[in-house]
Ligand binder design. Structure first.
Ligand code: GTP
Length: 332
């Protein structure tokens, strides 16, 4: 299930439960003849239903829907205004579903800030208008609920982030894995088209990897691959991204890098790897296939195939070398 769909379901459920809870409060107040509170609760229930409708309408943009902040701010302010003006019995308990809703729907910091903006003045009003022990019990309950929900949300966000990191990172080398490559490359192609900046890529393979494996064993090749990853991380600049394709090949995405630039960085990589003394295997070299996006290149597979073809061409011309294939250009 995608994150957007998951959020749509949880947000809709949150608003729906809040609407039912607040509508029940409205009916209860109607029965007891507390008409002010009945109108307040009805207004809040209608706002919760509006939140539900907004969630469904914006289901494709759940991650960046600004309307939630407006709806929840209105719900929080309505409750606060009612508490100050009506001072009805038990009205402070209505804050409980709102605190949970704030943290369920908004980003953690926003939800926490809005909840504190609700319970801080609420506590002051409670201490001024109720016996101290009653005010203390209610305030403590609200704070415990807020802290517990915030901790749970924080914990969940971290777990989700770690799961995503695991899914896109090669556990042996710490570089991104091939699964994440196409997604990032497509984003970079779109960015290059939108901004007009250059974009280059490099397909890089360790020379004679099969022979090294036969001679030194699989563990030695893995160690070489891991060490080379660390070496490459040290050579490339911030903004460049490194991917591992299989046990002896890498891919580099170099945003804002023209043909002259990719030739410079490829040569630097080739030279520094060739000069390095690697544990177990001693000397090692790489072949690099480079290409720069032309204005006709809009697809990831075109760039990937061309970089791969360039690496094979470099290999054919002898190991420890670089080959550059120009991008596809369409005359304007
Ligand atoms: N993407 C990328 N490009 C590089 C890198 N190193 C060099 N280049 C490209 O090669 C060009 C010349 O690089 P250098 O010879 O290091 O000269 P420089 O003027 O110090 O490079 P910068 O200040 O990094 O732009 C740069 O403008 C880049 O286009 C790198 O690590 N990553």
């Amino acid at each position: 299930m995608t994150e957007t769909r998951l959020r749509t379901i949880t947000h809709s459920a949150g608003y729906a439960l809040a609407a039912v809870f607040i509508a029940a409060l409205a009916i209860q107040n109607l029965r007891y003849g507390f008409y002010d509170l009945f109108y307040l609760a009805s207004g809040m229930a209608i706002l919760s239903v509006a939140g539900l409708a907004y969630t469904v309408i914006c289901r494709r943009h759940q991650l960046s829907a600004p309307g939630h902040l407006i709806i929840l701010s209105a719900l929080n302010s309505g409750l606060l205004a009612a508490l100050i003006s009506m001072n009805g019995p038990g009205i402070s308990h209505w804050a409980m579903p709102l605190l949970i809703l704030n943290l369920l729907i908004l980003p953690l910091r926003q939800g926490l800030a809005l909840s504190l903006l609700l319970i801080t003045p609420m506590s002051v009003v409670l201490f001024l208008s109720h016996p101290v022990d009653d005010a203390m019990v209610t305030t403590t309950g609200l704070v415990i609920l807020l802290v517990t929900t915030a901790l749970y949300t924080w914990h969940y966000d971290h777990m989700a982030q770690s799961a995503e990191d695991l899914a896109i990172t090669d556990p042996v080398t710490g570089a991104h894995n091939a699964r994440f490559l196409d997604e990032t490359l497509q984003k970079e192609i779109s960015r290059a088209i939108a901004t007009g900046h250059s974009l280059s890529v490099v397909h890089l393979g360790i020379d004679y990897a099969a022979e090294a494996k036969d001679l030194h064993g699989n563990a030695a090749l893995q160690t070489l691959f891991r060490d080379m990853t660390q070496h490459l991380f040290g050579v490339i600049r911030a903004g460049d991204t490194l991917y591992t394709l299989n046990e002896s090949e890498f891919f580099l995405i170099l945003p804002f890098t023209p043909e002259e630039g990719v030739r410079v960085i490829a040569e630097r990589i080739r030279r520094t790897i060739g000069e390095h003394q690697w544990p177990v295997v001693g000397k090692a070299t790489v072949s690099l296939g480079c290409t720069t996006r032309g204005n006709g290149d809009t697809r990831t597979d075109t760039l990937r195939k061309r970089a791969h073809g360039a690496m094979e061409e470099a290999r054919k011309r002898g190991a420890d070398s670089i080959w550059f294939s120009p991008g596809e250009t369409i005359e304007a």
